[in-house]
Write a protein that binds this ligand. Structure first.
Ligand code: KIV
Length: 279
């Protein structure tokens, strides 16, 4: 595990690590300054996920994310938050080649954003990369089970833990992530009972998404959770709001009022005598 880093008043990766088995850890993704400001008071951890490539940039998979994209969104989320532990995803192509590549990319992300930790996908296959980042003093979050960066290789978003061989591989991955020094691990798209067993098996907190209520914490993609997703919403998502309809209705009302000249009204224009200089 990386040595404790000073994080001011923020929740640190080590604080998250200490919450194993305690009050569930509340995590959401965030990609922008205003959303980070709105979420920060309510969550323990904000993940600048590479899902940003799909959610905000319209790519078909997370493979559309680049290091520059992750850094720009990481900077925005850091500006918009003061309390949460901010974790930035390492995009595909920035870490797989070698431990040295992973360490250099992680260093760049932390130096340019000031985030508390990085996350990367993989288990046994990425253990050397995770250990190298931890050796740099940078906390790492693992990500096992369904790994969106491997979706093309896997032939789709396939649920994990349905065969004996796959369950054994998941346990090996979880052990490898823990041994590499990760402070926590995301378990995605995995059979409920298997995710529950994995949570009991490792000493680091597990963060579930399409996994199990027994995980030490939960994460959702913010746009899914607030009903902003315009394409398919995964089964594991619970929509706590429907901003799709709210925005669509607002746009329809605005369009009607512009066309009928009801907007702008007297409150939204400046008279020569109102005396106010500021918009
Ligand atoms: O990129 C992302 O949003 C993620 C979460 C789904 C865990 O990795």
């Amino acid at each position: 595990m990386a040595p404790e880093r000073s994080t001011g008043n923020r929740i640190s990766a080590q604080d998250i690590r200490r919450r194993k088995g305690g009050v569930p850890i509340v995590c959401l993704t965030a990609y922008t300054y205003p959303i980070a400001r709105m979420l920060d008071p309510h969550v323990d951890l904000l993940l600048v996920g590479d899902s940003v490539a799909m959610v905000l940039h319209g790519h078909v998979t997370t493979l559309g994310a680049s290091l520059e994209m992750m850094i720009a969104h990481g900077q925005a989320v850091m500006r918009g938050s003061t309390k949460a532990c901010v974790v930035v995803d390492m995009p595909a192509g920035s870490y797989e080649a070698s431990a040295a590549q992973a360490a250099a990319s992680a260093r760049r992300i932390v130096n340019e954003t000031g985030c508390q930790a990085v996350k990367l996908e993989g288990g046994v296959d990425m253990a050397a990369q995770m250990a190298a980042i931890v050796t740099e003093g940078i906390p790492v979050m693992g990500h096992i089970g369904l790994q969106p960066q491997s979706v093309e290789k896997d032939g789709g978003y396939k649920i994990k833990g349905r065969t004996h061989e796959n369950v054994a591989a998941l346990f090996r991955d979880a052990e490898a992530v823990e041994k590499a020094g990760a402070f926590s691990v995301v378990i995605e798209g995995t059979v409920e009972a298997v995710a529950s067993d994995l949570t009991r098996h490792v000493a680091i907190p597990t963060i579930g998404i399409g996994a199990s209520g027994d995980c030490d914490g939960q994460i959702l993609v913010i746009d899914d959770m607030i009903g902003m997703t315009v394409d398919r919403v995964p089964k594991f998502v619970k929509e706590y709001a429907n901003l799709r309809d709210t925005i669509s209705h607002a746009a329809a009302r605005y369009a009607a009022e512009v066309r009928s000249r009801a907007f702008p009204g007297p409150d939204h224009v400046f008279s020569a005598t109102s005396g106010k200089d500021k918009a």
